[in-house]
Design a protein around this ligand. Structure first.
Ligand code: CTP
Ligand code: CA
Length: 223
């Protein structure tokens, strides 16, 4: 941490971040989840804190320790819990970064007892979860909103649609095309898409990607 802390670019700024997966219960012992490690969101939290921000990190289940620095950690499991934690802190925030890999669907009802193995097939009816980022987009005032997108086809077009639909300031498009980029690893290759321009970055460590993203946020706040 810098001795001249008053010079840090995010001093006095409140930054809210979601990270990791969400888990949706099927029964008392099973859930629907995904392989998100949480690394990208945790790295952004660490870099933002290093730059002087007051960081609140709302994290789904991960194997990661809380990032170093002045960070308020809130651990949640389900999308509903993540939504409520975000809603609690959104109004006072200056920046919201949605780095979580949120479950899109959850079981319509959670079985009270462990589901027994019976027939050759089993169907579980699913219903949509809350879209946390879209909901914050609909209520945003001074807040800057940043989303992530992971696409396998029509990448840019789909990312641009999300940027507009969720009322974001920019969206970080994860490229799946290159080896080493994506969900579980330590590296990422991203493009940052603004309503009117795009920046392509090379394959980098998630820490370096986090630095690039935080740099863009600093510029947004100063613009
Ligand atoms: N997101 C969210 N709440 C959800 C789903 C997504 O906050 N219920 C956020 C993610 O954290 C990400 C952005 O929205 O920043 C885009 O997520 P993504 O899964 O790519 O888009 P979806 O809108 O869920 O659409 P789809 O999965 O069909 O591509
Ligand atoms: Ca999704």
């Amino acid at each position: 941490e810098s001795f001249f802390s008053e010079d840090l670019p995010l001093k006095g700024k409140k930054v809210l971040i979601t990270a990791g997966p969400t888990y949706e219960a099927i029964d008392p012992v099973r859930f629907i989840g995904n392989h998100s490690s949480g690394k990208m969101g945790y790295e952004i939290a660490a870099v933002a804190a290093k730059n002087g921000a007051e960081v609140t990190l709302v994290s789904g289940p991960t194997h990661l320790d809380a990032p170093k620095g002045k960070i308020r950690m809130m651990r949640v499991t389900s999308t509903r819990e993540m939504y409520e934690a975000v809603q609690e802190h959104f109004t006072e925030s200056d920046v919201f970064i949605a780095a979580a890999a949120v479950a899109d669907y959850k079981p319509k009802s959670v079985a009270a007892e462990k589901i027994k193995k019976k027939e050759a097939s089993l169907s579980i009816e699913l219903t949509k979860t809350e879209d946390i980022l879209a909901s914050m987009g609909a209520q945003k005032k001074h807040q800057k909103l940043i989303g992530f997108a992971l696409e396998t086809n029509n990448e840019e077009e789909n990312a641009k649609k999300k940027l507009e639909k969720k009322n974001l300031d920019f969206i970080v498009l994860n490229s799946l095309r290159d080896e080493g980029a994506g969900f579980k690893g330590d590296t990422n290759k991203v493009s940052i898409i603004y309503p009117d321009r795009k920046i392509d970055f090379g394959l980098k460590s998630k820490k370096e990607v986090a630095r690039d993203i935080v740099q863009e946020i600093i510029e947004l706040l100063n613009a």
